[in-house]
Ligand binder design. Structure first.
Ligand code: FES
Length: 239
């Protein structure tokens, strides 16, 4: 059976796509870039971050293109002044409660949030208010979770649950206190995490990272008792 197609206009360009597409998919099919943060195709399509907002002629409000279905004849603007202003304010609000030690962050120059701030020409944050300072969970042998860098995009939650079928992290609390963490304030080390690292891959910022054990290894190697083990190991094997 033939797929139903619709034709819409995006930034003045006629685009014909299957009727089940979202505006984001339609734009991408026409090589029109719309920025995203929370979107992960087929994994996390929840319209949480609002970075992908677009203006639709006749609509009362800006809409999140990653979850807004296409329709025949609609006219979409992805880069109007209203869209650019709203994206910038949204990003400034996200950054207002974000750990800004970017230079020492493991994701420096490889961070989607940083790239978007560059793109939107954000030089300073006009919203200085209450900020959460939360403990870092580094008890897992493989994964460090730094909630001070989390932007609540939930990509890690969806990946852990829908891709890996584990589901050891979720959103807790409400509003300003919302956190992405294991249940009951447990450490990642206390839940059945399999240390696959897929949550780290999904994270757009430095809120989840691989544990760097370099320091611990060097400290252990400096331990005279460990030296005995290392030095005697070949002899044991030879025997
Ligand atoms: Fe669409 Fe986050 S990418 S709302």
């Amino acid at each position: 059976m033939d797929e139903k197609m619709v034709t819409l206009t995006i930034d003045g360009q006629k685009v014909t796509v299957p009727a089940y597409y979202t505006i984001l998919e339609a734009a991408r099919s026409a090589n029109i870039r719309i920025p995203t943060l929370c979107f992960l195709k087929d994994i996390n399509e929840i319209g949480a971050c609002r970075m992908c907002i677009v203006e639709i002629k006749g609509a009362k409000a800006l809409q999140a293109s990653c979850v807004y279905p296409v329709a025949d004849g609609i006219e979409v603007s992805t880069n109007s002044p209203a869209v650019r202003d709203a994206r910038k304010v949204t990003l400034e609000l996200i950054l207002s409660n974000h750990d800004r030690s970017c230079l020492t962050c493991v994701r420096n120059r490889n961070c989607e949030l940083q790239q978007l701030a560059d793109e939107l020409n954000i030089k300073e944050i006009p919203f200085e208010g209450e900020r959460l300072t939360l403990p870092i969970d580094d008890l897992s042998p493989a994964i460090v979770r730094d909630p001070n860098k989390c932007i609540l995009c939930r990509r890690c939650i969806s990946t852990c649950r829908n891709v890996q079928e584990i589901g050891v992290i979720g959103a807790t609390e409400r509003g300003f206190n919302t956190m992405v963490e294991p249940p009951f304030k447990m450490s990642i080390n206390q839940v059945p995490c399999i240390n696959c690292g897929q949550c780290i891959e999904a994270c757009p910022v430095g809120a989840l990272r691989e544990k760097d054990d370099t320091e611990r290894v060097w400290t252990a190697l400096a331990d005279p008792e460990l030296h005995v083990v290392v030095q005697t190991a070949p002899a044991v094997r030879a025997a």
